[in-house]
Design a protein around this ligand. Structure first.
Ligand SMILES: NC(=O)C1=CN([C@@H]2O[C@H](COP(=O)(O)OP(=O)(O)OC[C@H]3O[C@@H](n4cnc5c(N)ncnc54)[C@H](O)[C@@H]3O)[C@@H](O)[C@H]2O)C=CC1
Ligand SMILES: CC(C)CC(=O)C(=O)O
Ligand SMILES: [Mg+2]
Length: 346
């Protein structure tokens, strides 16, 4: 457990600054007096790009290494060509700091609106690979702009990269009461990558006899996430499948405004980065409408990662209690942050 926390804060674009302000409010409220929180804000995102053309200069990336953790709002703006910031800043960070475990828990909190019939219990965690797969940037285009253009986006899967994330997922499954791990892929079509994933899953599984396993093709996994989400305990999957599945998981378990995530570097060679699952939501930015709960819950993951388990639980309990009493009245982003901070402070 750290008695001081140095935190790099990247508010980013759209609703990012709005929700990060609430995350910091709750973090400050929950920490004991003798734990010092030092923050430095990084000006990265659309505004910076328009002013300087920079996404994440190497010197800034290097300076981020020194922190215990990073808190990110979201990046991406309609005024910037799609992918510029997502790849130039967000993926650059995830790759450079070897965030190979993208941890995305889904839990049904009381009194939340699920579109699913029968009010199902939901409590699973997706372990999404964070540094490889189709997001590796391995592709290109030939004959661009002509009717004969050919674009490729090659999924990169290394034995090292797959095995380490699969092992992490087994560890997490073993530590949970149900001890169940589901591999999600598309081995029937993506045969090369699928074989690598499935054989790593089976091989590593021999070391975890107490963990029960199953396999689902990703298309079928989306069916079960809607018809029978209670069947899932821990899911391990690649970068793209995990991205898509976790937006769906958020939608069925109470909404995208509640979904937290951690980009974890389990070896602790680099700072891990915590952020809501959602993006910058330009459609509601600047209107005080964004739900900051996902960011607040991401700060709980951050605290847990740094060894502050009690404070992490206090935040999760504050969210649970607040949701139970939120009712129908619409609240502003700030009001929700205030309510959560007051409860978390105890
Ligand atoms: N980690 C990141 O920084 C991410 C960035 N993005 C970027 O964000 C931008 C917008 O992407 P979209 O595809 O629209 O996804 P999005 O997640 O930003 O928004 C999807 C829908 O969810 C709603 N929503 C999102 N967060 C919410 C919250 N906290 N409270 C209430 N409603 C919320 C939005 O209003 C929108 O209707 C794009 O530039 C995209 O690349 C997208 C996902 C992750
Ligand atoms: C914006 C992308 C790079 C990533 C994304 O959608 C996510 O991590 O959820
Ligand atoms: Mg996403």
């Amino acid at each position: 457990m750290t008695r001081s926390i140095s935190l790099a804060v990247i508010p980013g674009d759209g609703i990012g600054p709005e929700v990060v302000a609430q995350g910091l409010k709750v973090l400050t409220a929950v920490l004991p007096q003798d734990v010092k929180l030092e923050t430095r804000e990084y000006d990265l995102g659309a505004k910076r790009w328009h002013a300087t053309g920079e996404t994440l200069p190497d010197a800034e990336l290097e300076s981020l290494r020194a922190y215990d953790a990073i808190l990110l709002g979201a990046i991406g703006d309609p005024s910037v060509p799609s992918g510029t910031l997502e790849r130039g800043m967000l993926l650059k960070l995830r790759f450079a700091f070897d965030h190979f475990v993208n941890l995305r828990p889904s839990r049904r909190y009381p009194n939340t609106a699920s579109p699913l019939a029968g009010d199902p219990a939901i409590d699973f965690v997706v372990v999404r690979e964070g540094t490889e797969g189709p997001y590796a940037g391995n592709g290109g285009t030939v004959r661009g702009g002509t009717p004969h253009e050919i674009a490729t986006e090659v999924s990169v899967n290394t034995a090292h990269g797959v095995e380490r994330v699969v092992r992490d997922a087994y560890e997490r499954a073993r530590a949970r009461p149900r001890k169940k791990l589901t591999l999600v892929h598309k081995t029937n079509v993506m045969a090369y990558a699928g074989h690598l994933w499935k054989s790593a899953f089976d091989r590593v599984g021999q070391e975890y006899p107490e963990v029960s396993t199953d396999y689902l093709h990703v298309d079928a996994a989306t069916i079960f996430m809607v018809t029978d989400p209670a069947r899932f305990d821990v899911i391990v999957t690649d970068n793209l499948f995990g991205d898509i599945l976790t937006d769906l998981a958020a939608a069925v378990s109470g909404g995208i405004g509640l979904a937290a995530s951690g980009n974890i570097n389990p070896t602790r060679d680099f700072p891990s980065m915590f952020e809501p699952v959602h993006g910058s939501a330009p459609d509601i930015a600047g209107r005080g409408k964004a739900d900051p709960t996902a960011t607040v819950l991401s700060t709980a993951l951050l605290l847990r990662h740094l060894g502050h388990e009690n404070e992490a639980v206090r935040i999760e309990e504050a969210v649970s209690a607040d949701l139970a009493e939120r009712g129908e009245t619409a609240r502003t982003t700030d009001e929700t942050g205030d309510a959560l901070a007051a409860r978390a402070a105890g």
